[in-house]
Design a protein around this ligand. Structure first.
Ligand code: PLP
Length: 449
């Protein structure tokens, strides 16, 4: 057994192609539907996305070459580290044959895996002659990633930030502005949607649905402005596959094959990123790796949702997609993992869960913070509240294996750092976090274990 801690992939061995799981699905996805219920035409997508992205959204190619200029910018922070969590294993008191590895996607300044898709999205838009991108941000991670990548490639970025987040998370706004983005407190007077909302309620605190509508309205109305989305869609899952492609090479360096790969799941992109390449590896007969999605019990889309067509946004303005959903009008409770508060899920992830190829579990946020705290103190990381769900999943796997006296190699994705989520840690440290349970519709109050 290797005594090594970190498995460093040399820069020149960074994968140069993305994996597109659309080709390898057990059943083909139902197409996205327009408001009239007809399959969405590529033209409708071309009003807000560049041609390369629209092509990837429906691509039938298994591998897609990463363009050279995209590789150049990815190399500013990739390959990302993969480590064996030896100190964490010790802190959990695990036997030698239960091993935990983690891939760390928080090394870029914006702090999460989202930069992996922000970079190619900006590249393809620039290539199409687009001068500005609009987007929405709730928790702030996506706006941060797009702003950072925008500054690297000289693309103007306009972020519609939900008013309440704008007021409560000044550091995220300052981050985006420092990278040159324009941040609007949504609802604004710049759009029809915004003006209508403000006329009804001048003190509106906004919502993700309103912010999406504002960003899309501006992109649809201006030929040189496009819209950009940070999760859920097929092209985003394609771009994130670099995580798993690197992980496969790094686990080979470690000399072990993971029995299970675990990631948190909000819109599904970081799970797709680390999981889909292992799904292909399983199809190729090279591994038996299980893939596990971990979601909040407060918003358990995969474990308690229905598999059907639904809108991507709260307001019902986007095309409908076939996916697991809790209903587009479901407003999740205010848990601290803002990035996991999404009523739906990636159609690709949903299809593979539906087919039994990916497993799903749900956890309470206090259990996530408990696990994150043990991990933080052992490994000297401060995980994002979203990523703490993957850690809780890894702890559950490890304990189950240890109790059963079985060996297990566990790999999880540490999707981001929590440096701008310290208010959440403060609340946890003070014992003020409550748990929510979608299934019973209750607030569990003080958590007892
Ligand atoms: C946005 C975010 C997530 C959730 O998004 P996915 O598309 O499900 O990956 C998870 N972790 C971090 C750190 C995030 O910023």
């Amino acid at each position: 057994m290797s005594e090594q801690y970190r498995f460093v992939l040399p820069e020149k061995e960074m994968p140069t192609a993305w994996y597109n799981v659309q080709v390898d699905l057990p059943e083909q996805l139902g197409p996205p539907l327009d408001p009239a219920g007809n399959p969405l035409s590529p033209e409708a997508l071309l009003a807000i996305f560049p041609p390369d992205i629209v092509e990837q959204e429906m691509s039938r190619e298994r591998y897609i070459d990463i363009p050279g200029p995209v590789l150049d910018i990815l190399r500013t922070y990739r390959p990302s580290p993969l480590s064996r969590a030896r100190m964490f294993e010790k802190a959990l008191g695990l036997p030698d044959d239960v091993q935990i590895y983690y891939k760390y996607e928080g090394i870029n300044a914006s702090g999460s895996h989202k930069a992996n898709t922000a970079i190619p999205q900006i590249y393809y838009n620039k290539k199409a002659g687009i001068s500005k991108l609009t987007t929405e941000t709730g928790a702030g991670q996506w706006g941060s990633a797009l702003s950072m990548a925008g500054s690297q490639m000289n693309m103007d970025i306009d972020v519609f930030m939900v008013a309440i987040s704008y007021d409560q998370k000044p550091y995220r706004r300052i981050f985006m502005e420092s990278f040159g983005a324009k941040v609007h407190r949504s609802p604004t007077t710049l759009t029809e949607v915004g003006r209508r909302v403000l006329a009804e309620d001048p003190d509106s605190l906004g919502s993700l649905g309103i912010a999406i509508s504002e960003a899309v309205e501006i992109a649809a109305a201006n030929p040189d402005i496009n819209y950009s989305l940070g999760s859920v869609l097929n092209h985003v899952c394609i771009h994130q596959s670099i995580i798993g492609e690197e992980a496969i090479l790094q686990m080979e360096m470690a000399g072990v094959e993971p029995d299970v790969v675990i990631a948190c799941c909000g819109g599904g992109s970081n799970l797709a990123g680390i999981g889909f390449p292992y799904y292909r590896r399983r199809l190729d007969g090279k591994t038996n790796t299980r893939i596990v999605a971990v979601e909040p019990k407060a918003c358990p889309t995969l474990t308690a949702g229905d598999y059907r067509y639904d809108f991507g946004d709260e307001a019902g303005l986007t095309p409908q997609m076939q996916m697991y959903t809790l209903g587009h009008d479901f407003i999740p409770p205010g848990i601290h993992a803002g990035g996991l508060r999404y009523h739906g899920d990636s159609p690709l992830v949903s299809a593979l869960v539906r087919a039994g190829e990916i497993e799903a579990m749900s956890v309470y946020q206090n259990d996530c913070f408990d696990a994150a705290m043990i991990f933080a103190r052992a490994e000297a990381h401060l995980p994002a509240p979203e990523s703490s769900h993957a850690i809780a999943g890894a702890v559950a796997e490890a304990k189950a294996a240890a109790e059963a006296g079985e060996s297990r190699v566990i790999l999880f994705n540490l999707s981001g750092h929590g440096f701008l989520d310290l208010a959440s840690y403060d609340r946890y440290n003070k014992g003020d976090l409550v748990d929510y349970d979608f299934a019973s519709g209750t607030v569990l109050g003080e958590h007892t274990e």
